[in-house]
Ligand binder design. Structure first.
Ligand code: FCB
Length: 454
């Protein structure tokens, strides 16, 4: 029997994002974001679906908080929609938007569930996109206004802050590979976005430190750390390049180092760095958030844009087409613990190690409610068991892993896949919006209660 031991103060939570769950896109004085407009482009999102209704959390947050409490969850990671707080992108604060997040946090606190708020999970105000969005450095002053508004109006209720969710997706899926909003395919612009998003993170932390708030603040990265397909040195190099362009370009500057040479020298790529930028980015953070879903194998490929290409793998895939590789999480945790050791930030402060949180991990499948009014999602439970085992082992090995947020609390709008990919441990009927706890929700409850053996 496998018995997993987690420290008593281990933070068990679930995660969501504003555009994916809230719905109510035309309520409460909210303006449009790039994710409202993107689904209107033919072919951009499955069947032209959008987040207008989402999981209706804007109206059902109290029911969702009660369900979290029922499962014994200790923390809820959600994101704040910039378009609700500053509908003009900058300028006047919208009190109705603020009131919504205050209600949500207060509801969580009723059950002793902590509020972990992500400042930016991809829903840039469309008014700012009209001026070039993340490709235009001027977005940074609007972002600064936005984060200050959040600290000022929600700072007394938020228990943990996350600056940005997955800079990789913002820069590359949004501006190079084109499958996320705003749907661009332009390398130079994508590199500008890499730098501007890093700057936005630095600005968010810099401004936070000017307040009297004491809650921890960090960032969430999805790390692409592929393994080389063979022992050949060129495949090893391909894996190093992939990690450099997809991952280290975000981590290194935030952790006080320069952009990786494999990118600036080997690939010969440049970022629009201005005087003082690297200092702005390398602000002292309190923790690192890691989103992990899969690991790929890569090979050297002279003709590929970044000289590597992804090879087929043998592991089973989820309906996302993502290979299930728990060992990849182990490798990733070891790598991140290693590179976040003895970090020197731009204010001269040093950290010997940074606490790590898994801020997303989860499994999509075609869940159906059966005649017993249940969802028997055995494969999701198996996926979680394997990944929880890795987490427990990592803690045993001394990796400072402090918490785990499962993606996701409820089924929701999965970006370009629309509503076709269910990640929730709570099933949502997208017609009636009825919630049904899946078996994995009960599994999660038992793990949290200390009975996660199988
Ligand atoms: C991550 C996103 C999250 C969700 C999961 C499945 O990349 O941060 O919003 O879509 O993938």
């Amino acid at each position: 029997m496998e018995k997993l031991i987690f420290p008593e103060d281990f933070v068990w939570g679930t995660a969501t994002a504003s555009y994916q769950v809230e719905g109510a896109t035309r309520e409460g004085g909210r303006s449009e974001s790039i994710w409202d407009t993107f689904p209107r482009k033919p072919g951009a999102v499955y069947a032209g679906e959008n987040g207008d209704i989402g999981s209706d959390q804007y109206h059902r947050y109290a029911e969702d908080a009660a369900l979290m409490a029922k499962l014994g969850l200790k923390s809820y990671r959600f994101s704040i929609a910039w378009t609700r707080i500053l509908p003009g992108g900058s300028g006047k604060i919208n009190p109705e938007g603020v009131a919504y997040y205050r209600r949500l946090c207060e509801e969580l606190h009723k059950y002793d569930i902590t509020a972990c708020a992500t400042l930016y999970h991809w829903d840039l105000p469309q008014v700012l996109q009209d001026k070039g969005g993340w490709t235009n450095r001027s977005v940074l002053s609007a972002f600064e206004e936005y984060v200050k508004a959040c600290y000022e109006t929600l700072g007394d209720l938020v228990d943990t802050w996350i600056t940005i969710n997955e800079p990789y997706c913002i820069a590359y899926l949004g501006h190079l590979y084109g499958n996320h909003a705003p749907g661009m395919r332009d390398l130079e612009k994508a590199l500008a976005v890499v730098h501007h998003v890093n700057m936005a993170h630095g600005i968010a932390v810099r401004e936070y430190r000017k307040t009297n708030l004491k809650a921890p603040i960090g960032i969430t990265w999805n790390l692409d750390t592929p393994r080389p397909a063979t022992l050949k040195p060129e495949d090893k190099k391909a894996a190093d390049i992939a990690r450099a362009i997809h991952t280290e370009v975000f981590l290194f500057p935030c952790l006080g180092k320069s952009y990786p040479e494999l990118v600036t020298k080997e690939l010969g790529l440049a970022f629009p760095i201005e005087n003082g930028d690297m200092e702005t980015i390398a602000q002292p953070i309190d923790f690192i958030g890691v989103n992990y879903y899969f690991e790929n194998a890569v090979t050297f490929d002279e003709n590929a844009l970044f000289k590597f290409s992804v090879e087929p793998s043998w592991q089973e895939k989820t309906v996302m087409g993502w290979h299930i590789v728990p060992a990849g999480l182990e490798r990733q945790l070891e790598w991140i613990a290693e590179i976040s050791r003895a970090v020197k930030f731009s204010d001269g402060s040093c950290k010997n190690e940074l606490p790590i949180y898994i801020t997303e991990n989860g499994f999509a499948r075609e869940d159906i409610v059966t005649s017993d009014d249940r969802v028997h999602d055995k494969e999701r439970i198996e996926y979680l068991q394997k990944h929880f085992t890795v987490c427990a082992d990592a803690i045993k090995k001394g990796i400072p892993l402090k918490g785990y947020y499962l993606w996701s609390l409820v089924d929701n709008f999965e970006w370009a896949f629309g509503y076709t990919r269910r990640f929730g441990i709570i099933h949502v009927d997208f017609v009636t919006l009825k919630r049904t706890l899946k078996d994995s929700a009960f599994f999660m409850r038992d793990v949290i209660a200390g009975f996660g053996e199988w």
